[in-house]
Design a protein around this ligand. Structure first.
Ligand SMILES: [Fe+2]
Length: 305
């Protein structure tokens, strides 16, 4: 009855045209037919979409769509959300059809972040083809690894951490403490939790004990098949004058070789390869202190120019 994977993300933007260019020319996602003129859909595998970009009043992350493997698991999660005192609203048949799933429900976590859960994702049988030559996005043989991961910031870290474990069924992969202020005697460090769903991806969700930012997301990650796919994406980002938020580097805990770029909705997208895969049935939770083995040098905040 545990969450299966990160199925899709819903993102809001004031500028659909910028998102379209960013998605196709920098990320290398494939445009897919959309049900509405104010919505752009992008594929990365044989799911009908992984990115749902909607026109709106703000530039922000709206919510992730968490997949449950069966109708039974989905219904049980709806019940647990209600029992945990979270508002939960079942989607209409038309809303489920628009998301190309059998059934959908909306809720939120104790930090106020919106979320969707669903089961019964439709498949698209047209072959995936990247408009900018990405060889493959790593989502598993049958998409079971999900699209990547999302990272949320919450000051009520313990409540939010317990919610995702107890209510949605995530497991702890790594519980880190990052000394982002230099690690001196007066740096208490920041708590981080990296959580897996029921698939081999090291983490589908991470939580940081940080104040939420305006875009409502710390970052999300997509994974490609090879170092060349990462290097070519970095080259496209530079050519397209996309803000590079962090240089190339290798993370300690999930071994991801990645860089970070700023999306048109104000949050970063980590673009990487060679992420560690685990067996969620036997994994023993680790504790990582450093963030990166090498690299990942962050750009100065935009406010500082
Ligand atoms: Fe990440």
């Amino acid at each position: 009855m545990k969450v299966k994977s990160l199925g899709y993300v819903v993102i809001e933007t004031r500028d659909l045209a910028s998102w379209s260019r960013f998605a196709t020319e920098t990320l290398g996602l494939m445009p897919a037919p959309s049900p509405h003129e104010d919505v752009l859909l992008f594929r990365m595998d044989d799911r009908p979409f992984r990115f749902w970009i909607q026109r709106g009043e703000r530039d922000a992350f709206v919510r992730p769509g968490w997949e449950f493997a069966t109708e039974e698991a989905f219904r049980a999660a709806v019940e647990r959300l209600g029992a945990a005192g979270r508002p939960v609203e079942l989607g209409t048949a038309a809303e489920a059809k628009a998301r190309q799933v059998a059934a959908i429900a909306r809720s939120s976590d104790p930090a106020g972040y919106e979320l969707e859960i669903y089961h019964g994702r439709f498949l698209d049988y047209a072959p995936f083809q990247s408009p900018s030559g990405v060889s493959r996005f790593v989502t598993g043989e049958a998409g079971e690894l999900g699209l990547g991961h999302v990272v949320l910031a919450a000051l009520n870290f313990d409540d939010v951490h317990a919610f995702y474990k107890d209510v949605l069924g995530f497991g702890d992969t790594d519980l880190g403490r990052f000394f982002l202020a230099g690690g001196g005697a007066d740096d208490p460090g920041v708590g981080f939790a990296f959580l897996h769903a029921q698939n081999a991806r090291h983490h589908s969700l991470a939580l940081g004990q940080l104040p939420p930012n305006e875009s409502r997301l710390v970052h999300m990650m997509v994974e490609v098949a090879s170092v060349d796919d990462v290097g070519r994406a970095l080259e496209r980002a530079q050519k397209n004058e996309v803000r590079i938020s962090s240089t190339l580097g290798r993370h300690v805990n999930d071994k991801m070789l990645s860089f970070y770029i700023r999306s048109p909705s104000g949050f970063d997208i980590e673009y990487g390869c060679h992420g560690l895969q685990i067996d969620p049935a036997t994994w023993v939770t680790t504790t990582s202190l450093p963030v990166s083995d090498w690299g990942h040098v962050w750009a100065r905040p935009e406010s500082e120019g």
